[in-house]
Design a protein around this ligand. Structure first.
Ligand code: AMP
Ligand code: GLY
Length: 417
């Protein structure tokens, strides 16, 4: 089977690594990919949001399956364009990707499907939102549209909430509608399911670490590390998330005539009153996926292909015992203004320990590897326990060097407590 994978992050490197292990794979193309994916397939220099170019590349190479990593091409209609050209896609249509592309839409789906979530109100006028926020705070202010992780502000007082509305409203297009919602407290976990439009199979729950500094301090980032399984949601609890969140979401999307095919990601807050959905994403999580593919104990390709064709097998995913921990190594200056061009060394030594290093913001330059983005690497270790998996990941991190490298030392620590 010939596969085209869209995206260029550590998530895509991790997916490429697993796809490459499939006996069914005959060719792997990554667009645009990164130096990490180049070790598993052929990188194609094209923009995944240039839908005409994506379809042309898939056609020219007689690709059997396209796997879409990031949300932006999906929201733009990459899956629709490919399906119209007769090519199977693991990823939702633009209409189904609205579950991530519009928070107001996601809320509407949740309301109709009876999915537990924070109570909320949608505002189309910033001044009305501001008045409401000032009176109601604390609450969470969200831009309706895609905002590259910058569209959400958690405000702990009315004053902060009003300020948050002004800040988010200033984002322009993505904030043409604002969602103001109840502030929830609890442990946050990511539940990700493979979906074929009707059926799903859940991965174990993962936990991301969004803040830049240890102890969840400092500004939000794209994610500084993740591990799985997260002990806060497993067994019956995870099954219940399937039954109360993923299943009803799929049923409602199908009822609307826009079935969801791809990875459905529910960001959950585990509140004392049970799990509540904070958001849906229409794709695999980054960095969750790096840890999840390490836990998968079967061929990923037939699963993605089956989901794309509406034939997901009715059995749970086969998983390895133990835990995987992925630590993101970020560039100096991340998240505000990541420095680029620093020499990266020690990857081979790190992988010689048995760890996996997935690349994101890297670039090959005259035979060497240099930093080229905020999140540079995800370094993944596996172990029988979370403590051992952390040791494996951090041992590998210590062998990797680039100027100004920053990473959290407490990835997975909440699972130890
Ligand atoms: P989102 O992009 O909707 O996941 O929001 C980004 C982050 O904001 C989440 O990962 C949470 O940490 C936080 N957040 C979102 N919604 C809420 C909420 N209702 N209560 C508390 N925190 C939230
Ligand atoms: N790790 C959060 C995300 O992928 O959006």
């Amino acid at each position: 089977m010939k596969v085209l994978l869209l995206g260029s992050g550590a998530r895509e490197h991790a997916l490429a690594w697993r796809l490459k292990q499939s006996p069914q794979l005959t060719a792997l193309f990554c667009a645009p990919g990164n130096p990490g994916t180049a070790a598993h397939g052929e990188n194609l220099a094209l923009d995944p949001e240039d839908l005409k170019a994506v379809v042309a590349a898939a056609r020219a190479r007689a690709v059997d399956l396209v796997v879409v990593g990031p949300e932006a091409p999906l929201v733009k209609g990459a899956a629709d364009a490919l399906r119209a050209a007769g090519i199977a896609v693991f990823g939702p249509s633009a209409a189904a990707a609205c579950i991530e592309g519009s928070k107001a839409f996601a809320k509407e789906v949740m309301a109709v499907a009876g999915i537990p979530t924070a109570s909320h109100r949608v505002f189309r006028s910033a001044s009305e939102a501001e008045a409401y926020a000032r009176a109601q705070g604390p609450l969470v202010v969200k831009a309706d549209g895609l905002a590259a992780g910058k569209g959400v502000v958690v405000a702990r007082s009315g004053l902060e909430a009003a300020e948050a509305v002004r800040q988010v409203a200033a984002m322009g297009q993505a904030a043409s509608a604002l969602v103001l919602e109840e502030l929830l407290e609890g442990e946050e976990v990511s539940a990700i399911a493979l979906c074929d439009g009707e059926h799903y199979q859940l991965f174990p729950a993962a936990q991301d670490h969004k803040r830049i500094f240890d102890g969840d301090q400092g500004p939000n980032t794209g994610g500084m590390g993740a591990y799985a399984p997260a002990p806060f949601l497993h067994g019956r609890g995870l099954d219940e998330v399937g039954q109360k969140v993923i299943g009803p979401a799929l049923k409602e999307m199908k009822r609307r005539g826009t079935p969801f095919v791809g990875a459905l990601f529910a960001g959950l807050m585990l509140t004392p009153r049970g799990p509540r959905v904070l958001e849906f994403n229409c794709r695999f999580g980054d960095p969750e996926t790096q840890a999840l593919v390490m836990q998968l104990d079967e061929d990923l390709l037939p699963l993605l292909d089956a989901a794309a064709r509406g034939e997901l097998p009715a059995r749970p995913l086969r998983l390895r015992a133990g835990v995987s921990v992925g630590v993101v190594m970020a560039a100096a200056g991340y998240p505000q203004s990541p420095r680029k061009g620093d020499l990266i060394e020690g990857l081979a030594e790190a992988e010689a320990t048995g760890a996996r290093v997935f690349q994101a913001g890297t670039k090959a330059l005259a035979g060497r590897l240099v930093t080229a983005g905020g999140r540079v690497l995800t370094v993944c270790g596996h172990g029988a326990t979370v403590a051992l998996a952390r040791e494996a990941a951090y041992r590998a991190c210590a062998l990797i060097r680039f100027e100004g490298a920053q990473y959290r030392r407490d990835i997975g620590a909440r699972a130890l407590a």
